[in-house]
Design a binder for this molecule. Sequence first.
Ligand code: GP9
Ligand code: MN
Length: 629
Amino acid sequence: MLKVIKDTKFIKDIKDNPHYGEVFYWIFFIFSILIKCIYFQFTTHINSEPYFSFTNLMMTISTFAIILMICAIIALIFNKKRIKALFITNILLTILLIADTNFFRYYYDVITIPVFNSLDSRIMNSVNQSISSLINVTDIIFIIDFPVMLAGLIILNKRVGEIHFYKRTVRSLVLFLVGVLTFLTVYGKAEITAFAYSNNYSAQNLGVFYSHFYSTKLFIREKMSEDEDITDEEKELIENVFESKNQERSGGNYTGIAEGKNLIIVQMEAIQSFIIGRTINGKEITPNLNKFINECLYFDNIYYQTAGGNTSDAEFLCNTSLYPMAEGAVYYRFYENTYHSLPQALKEKGYDTYSLHAYEDVFWNRNEMYKSIGFDNFISAKDYQMDDLVGWHGEALSDMSFFRQSFDKIDTKNPFYSFFVTLSCHHPFDYFEDYDFDVGELQGTYLGNYIKAAHYADECMGYFIDELKKRDLFDDSLLVLYGDHKAIPIVNAEELYEFLGLEEREDIWAKLQKVPLMIKYPNQETPEVISNIGGQIDILPTISNMMGFDFPYALGKDLLNTDKQYAIFRNGTVVTDKYVYINCSRNVYDYEDETMLDLELFEEEISSYLKELEVSDIIITKDLFKRLN
Ligand code: GP9
Ligand code: MN
């Protein structure tokens, strides 16, 4: 077979005249990388625009231009080894694109240096397994060019001749200039101000390669400015935002209603709002949480605000009322900072503080970060008997056993704050495929498995609540439950839209990114549904009001004493009771009737909301609380 190929006229011609073969090789290289970049845009659903839209044209041209610039560098540096260099560059860029694709499918974000630094080998191992379930058959496109690239390498590598330095420089310059000029024509048309909040936006508009370049540039700039003093402008910005925050805090609803009581928070892994109160084949998905709604304050309009730090970002939001970082996990990047936090505030009031999570203590750098946030006791995997493994490839302790064993680890004689982080309902949910809960047509699907996992997690929550009652802790504590982040990544969006009978649209998708928040105060007799729009950042100020202490460092609002209706996603999307602003596309939709609105009308208000993200970033990256100490 190989001999037949070798003897074809085409191959013979190339051998006799390697110059033509080389031209073909360069062009083949350029287009195979370009096609892979275009494939990335569509397979990850980063881009919902039609193939022949203006945005896609811009993205394609910009990516083409960047590939030309890469070629220019290869042409200049490598002389006789240029074919080999093209081959290796192809492999490296392909690896990068495969990593980008799989990372994006789960996290809906582009890989950046901070993200990369955040993934230590343990996380890579665990997350890799999760990610492997996201690979598609069509991903073959990433390696389909390999045989041709390899054959070209074998045939041409030794046959191409040396090129004089002068000639090489001219070729490289021409390639570079064409690349730069082409790039500049599209760059001028992009809305670059939105790039700072969203890698997706930059990737969507100017391609994934540009997005890497841009985020790396930001990272370097941030590293260089870390030790710089806070500028007067930044000071003013921080003062303004905190002043308007303090003005937001008004009213005295529920103030001090749980003063002196224990605080029990359960951060529930991947529990999204759409499963709450819903039935499937006549059966409730979350019967225990539904029952609990009749005993507590149920906040049904709360959005998660996590980014690359996932679970750890949700923990951070709840315990500090600051936003996590847009890239990477704040738990890794800024664990040495000084923070004001919920555990510290309660410790000052004489509480014992516990964080409980039955997984490796080093995961998400919790062992370090919990010290900075001020948890005195971290109960992790090594403190539990691994007697019942459920979910997450059958490797993690079940929520049931986690709760059961946890009661003995808390000294309930002293007032305490205990922060539970559950785990069983963790992606991928295929562990639950055979779990006994009828999901009908959804059997075997990603969504069906999630619903089963959530049903299991709910059963464990039911057990936990019952135990609190049996142990007389239910009315002696402020009990707070909330979901940490999404369960359904955008690649599985279709299943969810279909299940809920919704239209596939970016604003509808944004509105689906809600997590339940339930707060039960001691001796509560009347349940209430509170529909104020907010996010996880609002949990701390709401708790501090109910427990009767001040927390002036919060960027969130007290959900029980506010007339402000908004949630800011970490990617810059903003949801208010009037509109949904999607930062990725810069589109605005009416909150009620979902018609498209004119961005100009809301631009000023939106940018004042986004200032909160800016302030949070300054506080964290410049370690502001340490400077003020
Ligand atoms: C692991 C758990 C999972 O400790 O918190 O984290 P996630 O993958 O959801 O961020
Ligand atoms: Mn999680």
